[in-house]
Write a protein that binds this ligand. Structure first.
Ligand code: FAD
Length: 509
């Protein structure tokens, strides 16, 4: 048996990658410097696209129960509501964010990993690594200082913003390392906010205050503070700022976590170096303004997990492995752009610019398309890999395109059937016979009833042809990747797209 895959770092991203490998029966080790899980709540918003992925993992209910559903974003200025964006317009079976502490997300992901028989090896740090064409040798140091060199078939650096893996492979974050400064607190408080929304209060003289109601009387408060400020984070300071920017609405009882942080935006130029992959904060860091740091990292994990599982089996082409960088690097670049613009917009100091911002936001969010675009961007439901080298450009004249995330078809069991799969699924729409079998690819037919049909592993009832309408494809086949994205869309007469997909992604040598 070949060496296990080594995951360095048991934050949300490392736990998610290891989970994706373990549920595909790939041997995996996961190590973390910390002797116990962190108590810092950090990321508190899990977006719709991440929820779709967590549903596949089987932990959606646990995540949802651990927090509250937020279905709207509200922006305030000068004592009035400037704009409100409803999130339920996004194209997702879970059109909302779950607001829950990162400690909860990590607890649930670690529990999932344990269910697959993998425990985090704690108090263990990666201190050195070497690689060649056959594998990786990593030096691990225990909390007692003892070192051990282990071998791994592949290595994932999910060891956060100060990544040792990144340093060891000679890579570096490139970007801006100084920016606006914020005071952040997780507190228990009395307040009059509807917990189903997230709020930003723009202030004429100071920066914004962001308010996220959480479960019970818990809240996350983030307030811009002067860049030069060297003051220690304190509850009194946070209360004073809250009173100024959202007068009379929040009374803080006690604080669970208080910290000051500066916004930085940076990314590594390459996510893959031979047998080593970087994911999460090790690969990209950005402003918490868009709440997308952890979410982007989680989606790195879901993109990488199935590709590395195929690599471990020896069936992944170089194109497939390189597609991790090709697909995920532009996503983080876009998130950096979005959260930078959001931060700049929120922190405008010039009164004329503030006035223009408020007027534009008020007018634009009164328009359906602008509200939709903002909701899609916030919930990451616009994410697609159309330009990936590992998807086949669509020849079929379908609404659905290669690289899209396969949309849900309400009124059918398609999502439930797909969620149960860990590999590729070929979905047939229309009265076609099963395609020639391909090892590792399950075939699902959408038909009038769910009665078994020869050659298909499952049949999903769709008597009203909802899938055909949703996909804009009356008769054809869709290759759905293990992460739910579409690898190829083929019209009924086209077998070439499917074989091209196989040739692109599978090691044929
Ligand atoms: C104050 C603050 C507020 C934030 N708010 C938000 C938010 O609202 N929304 C959002 O989406 N994101 C937010 N983030 C960002 C979010 O927390 C990160 O994006 C997320 O934690 C990244 O997860 P990760 O697994 O990549 O890295 P981390 O969570 O940093 O995990 C890395 C792990 O690697 C371990 N490690 C490090 N070095 C080694 C080594 N050499 N060997 C072994 N293990 C090692 C560490 O102990 C750690 O457990 C916030 C961050 C901060 C600091």
């Amino acid at each position: 048996m070949s060496d296990p895959i080594l995951v360095v770092g048991a934050g949300p991203v490392g736990l998610a990658v290891a989970g994706e490998l373990a549920r595909r029966d790939v041997p995996v080790r996961i190590v973390d410097t910390l002797a116990a899980p962190t108590t810092e709540s950090r990321a508190i918003v899990v977006h719709a696209r991440s929820l779709e992925m967590l549903e596949r993992v089987g932990v959606l209910d646990e995540i949802t129960e651990s927090g509250i559903k937020a279905t709207g974003i509200e922006m305030h200025a000068s004592g009035r509501v400037l704009a409100r964006v409803e999130l339920d317009v996004v194209d997702s079976p879970h059109p909302y964010s779950v607001v829950t502490a990162q400690t909860e997300t990590e607890r649930i992901l670690a529990g999932n990993l344990a269910k697959h028989g993998v425990e985090v090896e704690r108090g263990v740090s990666l201190v050195a690594l070497e690689q060649d064409a056959d594998g990786v040798r990593a030096t691990l140091r225990g909390s007692d200082g003892a070192e051990d060199t282990v071998t791994a078939s592949w290595l994932v650096g999910a060891d956060g913003a100060r990544s040792a893996v990144r340093h060891q492979i000679g890579s570096a974050l490139e970007g801006s390392f100084h920016g606006e400064r914020f005071l952040m607190g997780d507190v228990h408080a009395q307040h009059d906010f509807d917990p189903r929304s997230m709020y930003t209060f723009f202030s004429a003289h100071d920066g914004p205050l962001m308010v996220f109601p959480m479960k019970g009387d818990r809240m996350r408060l983030i307030a811009q503070i002067p860049t030069a400020s060297a003051d220690e984070a304190s509850q009194e300071w946070l209360q004073r700022i809250t009173d100024e920017r959202a007068p009379g609405r929040i009374r803080i009882h006690d604080s669970l976590w208080l910290t000051c942080f500066e916004i930085r935006h940076a990314q590594v130029p390459q996510y893959r170096t031979g047998r080593v992959f970087l994911a999460g904060d090790a690969a990209h860091i950005h402003s918490p303004a868009g709440g997308q740091g952890m979410n982007t990292g989680l989606q790195d994990a879901f993109n990488l997990g199935w590709k590395l599982a195929a690599a471990h089996r020896g069936t992944a082409s170089e194109t497939l492995l390189d597609s991790y960088h090709a697909e995920r690097h532009p996503v983080a670049a876009r998130v950096i752009g979005f959260s930078t613009r959001l931060t700049q917009l929120s922190t405008l100091a010039n009164p004329v610019a503030q006035h223009v911002r408020n007027a534009v936001l008020h007018t634009a969010t009164g328009l359906g398309p602008a509200r939709q675009a903002l909701a899609d961007e916030a919930e990451e439901t616009m994410l697609a890999y159309h330009d990936s080298p590992a998807v086949v450009p669509s020849a079929a004249r379908a609404k659905l395109r290669s690289g899209d995330h396969l949309p849900d078809v309400p009124g059918t069991d398609l999502r439930t059937v797909l969620s149960a799969e860990t590999g590729h699924v070929l979905v047939t729409v229309g009265a076609l016979p099963a395609a020639a079998p391909v090892p590792g690819v399950r075939q699902v037919l959408l038909a009038d009833t769910d009665a078994p049909v020869d050659g298909f592993d499952a049949v999903v009832a769709d008597p009203d042809r909802r899938a055909a309408a949703r996909f804009g494809l009356t008769s054809g086949r869709i290759m759905v990747r293990p992460d739910g994205y579409v690898g190829a869309v083929a019209a009924a007469s086209d077998d070439r797209s499917l074989t091209t997909y196989q040739e692109l992604t599978t090691h044929l040598g």
